[in-house]
Design a protein around this ligand. Structure first.
Ligand SMILES: NC(=O)c1ccc[n+]([C@@H]2O[C@H](COP(=O)([O-])OP(=O)(O)OC[C@H]3O[C@@H](n4cnc5c(N)ncnc54)[C@H](OP(=O)(O)O)[C@@H]3O)[C@@H](O)[C@H]2O)c1
Length: 290
């Protein structure tokens, strides 16, 4: 173990090199946490660390492309070797792939990064979360999940790929995953909650979108009253990581209005169970976890 911070909170945060996650990482470190930021680009990670010191806490960067399952597994090993406790695991990394692309594991990219990576990383780090209790899993979801359904016969859009639908379905999966995880961890002191950061047009999320979408998002970013700021999205993330009520409360979906009901497609127990089993199969683990 290389950390000496036995008494310092350790937050593992994916997608901390840009947008909402970058601001949240800085805020959590300012509040005194050691923040292990996961990102795929070493230069952006180095810049983050250089830009945000000195702080009361600490930001450490771990380079990993979450699109690849082998990388998620070696990232987990690196984190377990580095931190002897993990107080919060925040799944914030996300993307929206314009064209249908498959990862080297043969999984549709948006589904792989937005849903399967959180599923697998949680599995790999769960024992450390259990030995560090009370602990939290926090997931950045989106209200766009309400526009999606699960088509379990073609969950990865092999037919008629649509980038917005694929993104919405991946976010539906993140909500269903969080609720199912919370239920499965009911007898533990690990909570699982997810949230909608608001529509934040100023982030890099839409960089890969069609040109007309990017133009609309760029316009939305400068027109007052449309969407919200990166700071507000980050504030919502930090609230789930630090507020006492999410240390006890679990299985919730939080928006700007507070705890809100997610779509019935996400809450449906049969959907959640099927998603869990399919996900386990796609990453090659036993579905009877935890
Ligand atoms: N912006 C919105 O309106 C909005 C609304 C609802 C939900 N969300 C969600 O909020 C979260 C943060 O997004 P954002 O809006 O802040 O966008 P962003 O600026 O694009 O940030 C996304 C983060 O995810 C990381 N990431 C993407 N693919 C990755 C991969 N394969 N491996 C590792 N890291 C990867 C990015 O790393 P790089 O720096 O390397 O690109 C970046 O740090 C996402 O989950 C998104 O779906 C956003």
């Amino acid at each position: 173990m290389t950390t000496s911070a036995d008494t310092q909170r350790v937050v593992v945060l994916t997608g901390g090199t840009s947008g909402i996650g970058r601001i949240a990482a800085t805020e959590l470190a300012t509040q005194g946490a050691t923040v292990a930021v996961i990102g795929r680009d070493q230069t952006r990670g180095d810049t983050l660390v250089a830009d945000t010191t000195p702080l009361d806490g600490d930001i450490r960067f771990h380079q990993a492309d979450l699109a690849t399952q082998a990388t998620v597994r070696s990232l987990a090993t690196e984190l377990l070797d580095t931190y002897d406790r993990i107080d919060a695991l925040v799944h914030n990394a996300g993307l929206s792939a314009h064209r249908r692309t498959e990862t080297e594991d043969g999984v549709e990219l948006t589904f792989a990064v937005n849903h399967l990576a959180p599923y697998l990383l949680t599995h790999e780090l769960l024992d450390r979360l259990r030995t560090s209790e009370p602990t939290r899993v926090v997931v950045t979801a989106s209200d766009i999940h309400r526009r999606a359904t699960f088509d379990f016969d073609d969950i990865q859009f092999t037919n008629e790929y649509d980038s917005l639908q694929a993104y919405a379905r991946s976010k539906l999966a993140t909500v269903a995953f969080t609720l199912e995880l919370a239920d499965r961890l009911e007898d533990t002191e690990v909570t699982a909650n997810c949230f909608h950061p608001g529509f934040v047009p100023s982030t890099n999320l839409f960089r890969d979108a069609p040109i007309w979408t990017r133009a609309m998002v760029r316009a939305a970013a400068i027109i007052p009253g449309i969407g919200t700021t990166q700071q507000e999205g980050a504030r919502r993330l930090c609230h789930l990581v630090t507020a006492p009520e999410f240390g006890d409360g679990t299985g919730t979906y939080v928006t700007g209005e507070g705890i809100t009901s997610p779509s019935t497609e996400a809450t449906d127990p049969e959907n959640r169970q099927r998603l869990w089993t399919i996900s386990a199969d796609l990453v090659g683990i036993d579905p009877d976890w935890p």
